[in-house]
Design a binder for this molecule. Structure first.
Ligand SMILES: NC(=O)C1=CN([C@@H]2O[C@H](COP(=O)(O)OP(=O)(O)OC[C@H]3O[C@@H](n4cnc5c(N)ncnc54)[C@H](O)[C@@H]3O)[C@@H](O)[C@H]2O)[C@@H](O)CC1
Ligand SMILES: [K+]
Length: 499
């Protein structure tokens, strides 16, 4: 149920369902019924409902909802954007079944309605809203009515979450079969309100047959591979993660990452510290070990210990050739890698260099955790990446370009794998926008890599756990709280209580 369908995939799902014997008109009837149900679940019979229908099948759903709501005793008004004679196919059939008056959109009075059903545009949105459509959407947003969007708020691109000109601000959205990327990606998500998915008879088999590559990030699909120690686990079997510390004035970031890795279950975690910062690190670490490691040569010597199997490089590491050499050293020894912060900025404009890193890794895998600024720096010369049509597609293109798993951070973090799989995270909280939170995320990811979780799933799990920890702490959250909130999050996760 966590697949996210593009408009093209949704059209294919419709087409396959229709080909298998369910007429399109029946699908539309079910879609319209789900919308009517959403209205009647929350509002008493007799309430005034304004239904705004557009020129395509989204409008058709609106005509169905109008007919059903009248039979249930609601005071329904229908306004149509476009000409009734121009309606085609199932929408024309649904409009023919509506026996009440149809006003022109220009005559609609959104400010007088208690409830507005937005059935203007759905998956067929093809350009920016302008003219009468734009005026109508702005009137809806200024109306104060409770707005129920059909499929997706009109003006929001279902594939990208972008606002095309202007977009309806809905309180709830009723979509069909599965959610769409635009329900999770910003700014679309902010326009959707509560999203409910209605079953209109598109089977799980039809969805499975489409081999959907995008999902909402949910434990259901990575928990089977989440590392759980066996009864006879030895700490070395739970992996050894290493975090490279910055110099004397920048050691905290590495300790945050290290604590995250340890809480995520790595058997051992070591902070590899420049000798000059050793005392500072040692004074503040207990369960996490500390070890003097001097530059790339020191790291090479340290990595003679074959039990070290995952590294975090980047938090407060410094931008430049020294950090790059550290990355190259770790990659050459095929240890799973999480590259964050300064390690990413050390590859500014050099996505090719990162591709070389991922290529050197063999099967160990590398996870890159850029925020938007770092992402733009790395890929500034890759127009196919920076100009991809959505955050989802940018992350996917970046993963393909580098051969690394990409965690493109933000309120709608996207995780993408080089093979095209991608997930959009949705359990984030604004309280995570705080110094050091990203360091903890990198550490959690490394902790899972150390336990041999496959890189893409480790990245998905790390993002989810980090956000769940953030949600649990909530107001007042500081980065130090995140690792400490993990035990409770993990307990619920492993007990099967999904947040
Ligand atoms: N059989 C199906 O395909 C089903 C479709 N369903 C509904 O059908 C919708 C998709 O229907 P359509 O593909 O007809 O597309 P839409 O109804 O979303 O919109 C297409 C129409 O809008 C016009 N248009 C697009 N962008 C515009 C803009 N910016 N300004 C002005 N006009 C614009 C197009 O020219 C076209 O007439 C879904 O969102 C869903 O609500 C549901 O009824 C379930 C079954
Ligand atoms: K809509």
């Amino acid at each position: 149920m966590h697949e996210l369908l593009t408009s093209g995939e949704m059209r294919a799902a419709d087409a396959r369902t229709i080909a298998a014997g369910t007429p399109g008109r029946v699908l539309m009837e079910r879609a319209g019924r789900a919308v009517a149900d959403a209205v009647s679940a929350r509002h008493p019979v007799g309430t005034r409902v304004l239904i705004l229908c557009g020129p395509g099948n989204n409008g058709g759903d609106g005509f169905v909802a109008a007919r059903l709501l009248v039979t249930r005793g609601y005071r329904v008004e229908v306004a149509l954007l476009g000409e009734r004679e121009a309606l085609k196919g199932d929408a024309a059939l649904a409009a023919a079944d509506w026996k009440g008056p149809v006003a022109a959109a220009a005559a609609a009075r959104p400010d007088e309605a208690r409830i507005i059903v937005d059935a203007l545009f759905g998956a067929g949105l093809a350009r920016e809203l302008d003219g009468a459509a734009r005026t109508l959407v702005e009137a809806v947003n200024g109306s104060g009515a409770h707005v129920v969007a059909v499929d997706i708020p009109s003006g929001i691109d279902g594939d990208s979450g972008a606002i095309r000109g202007t977009g309806v601000r809905a309180h709830e959205t009723v979509t069909f079969a599965r959610r769409k990327p635009g329900h999770l990606l910003l700014p679309g998500r902010l326009h959707c309100g509560h999203v409910r998915v209605a079953d209109i008879g598109i089977s799980d088999d039809v969805i499975a047959g489409l081999a959907i590559g995008t999902r909402a990030n949910h434990p259901a699909w990575w928990r089977p591979q989440f590392p759980v120690p066996a009864l006879d686990a030895h700490k070395y079997r739970r992996g050894h993660a290493v975090v490279i510390s910055g110099g004397i004035a920048g050691t905290g970031a590495a300790r945050l990452a290290a604590r995250g890795a340890l809480r995520a279950g790595a058997g051992l975690v070591t902070v590899a510290s420049p000798p000059a910062a050793l005392a500072v690190n040692a004074a503040q670490l207990t369960a996490v070990m500390v070890r003097p490691v001097d530059g790339a040569d020191g790291l090479a010597a340290f990595l003679e210990d074959s039990r070290i199997n995952a590294l975090v490089i980047g938090p407060a590491a410094g931008v430049g050739p020294a950090t790059r050499r550290m990355v190259e050293t770790a990659a050459g020894r095929q240890r799973a890698l999480v590259l964050d912060a300064d390690a990413l900025s050390s590859f500014a404009g050099d996505a090719e260099g990162l591709r070389g890193i991922a290529g050197a890794m063999g099967r160990s895998g590398v996870i890159l955790t850029p925020h938007e600024g770092e992402f733009a720096r790395i890929f500034k010369d890759q127009s196919d990446v920076v100009n991809a049509p959505s955050k989802l597609e940018r992350a996917r293109a970046a993963a393909a370009a580098t051969g690394a798993v990409i965690v493109l951070k933000g309120p709608d973090t996207v995780i993408a794998a080089p093979d095209g799989r991608a997930a959009i995270n949705e359990n984030g909280t604004p309280w995570l926008a705080t110094a050091g939170a990203g360091d903890v995320l990198a550490g959690i990811a490394a902790g899972l890599l150390a336990q041999a979780m496959p890189p893409f799933l480790a990245a998905c799990a790390a993002v989810w756990l980090h956000a769940a920890a953030g949600e649990r702490v909530g107001p007042g959250l500081i980065a130090e709280d995140l690792p400490e909130a993990l035990p409770a999050v993990l307990r619920d996760l492993l007990a099967g209580i999904d947040e």
